[in-house]
Design a binder for this molecule. Structure first.
Ligand code: ROI
Length: 159
């Protein structure tokens, strides 16, 4: 049995679009996992001043990996692409976030799903909207349409 998982990708160092492409390939190669769909890539300013612009996308995976083994696998892809965990919000070669794991709500020390910031971030919501039906809802019942209506597209550049 597989679960549909949405992963947010982000990079603002060392050829961001290339980082995203390598990560997509690496995710497709994970045990029991198939990359099903990928959104367009989007560029936007960092939410924190003084950092290079980010490139972001969202991928839909079908995976038989349980949430924590999937998190481990994604973190080893980040590390393999040169991510250094120095400062919490610092620039990064690659950030892979589990946004949604099926319709599950997970509240574990290492993993909270839905991802706690996704509801207000245009660079997550607009690419996600490319991959789901128009009436898509988060596990808490909030509709994606409602979240999009509160989150202006402004500042996002579709690449
Ligand atoms: N800003 C953008 N545009 N995209 C990101 O992925 C991103 N990630 C971060 C912070 C620094 C909050 N800003 C971001 O971690």
């Amino acid at each position: 049995m597989t679960t549909r998982v949405f992963v947010g990708l982000g990079s603002n160092l060392a050829e961001p679009a290339e980082q995203l492409r390598s990560a997509l390939q690496a995710m497709d190669g994970l045990e029991g996992t198939r990359l099903s769909e990928v959104s367009a890539f989007y560029a936007s300013d960092s939410l924190l001043p003084g950092q290079p612009r980010y490139t972001n996308a969202v991928a839909a995976l079908d995976t038989s990996l349980a949430p924590l083994p999937l998190l481990d696998a994604l973190q080893s892809i980040e590390t393999g692409q040169g991510r250094e965990r120095k400062e919490r919000w610092g620039p990064r070669t690659l950030d892979l976030d589990i946004l949604l794991y099926g319709h599950q709500v997970l509240d574990m020390p290492r993993l909270k799903v839905p991802h706690y910031h996704m509801q207000a971030r245009a660079f997550v919501l607009y690419p996600l909207a490319e991959l789901v039906p128009a009436d898509f809802c988060l596990p808490d019942g909030r509709s994606l349409a409602q979240l999009l209506a509160q989150c202006p597209f402004e500042g996002l550049e579709r690449l």
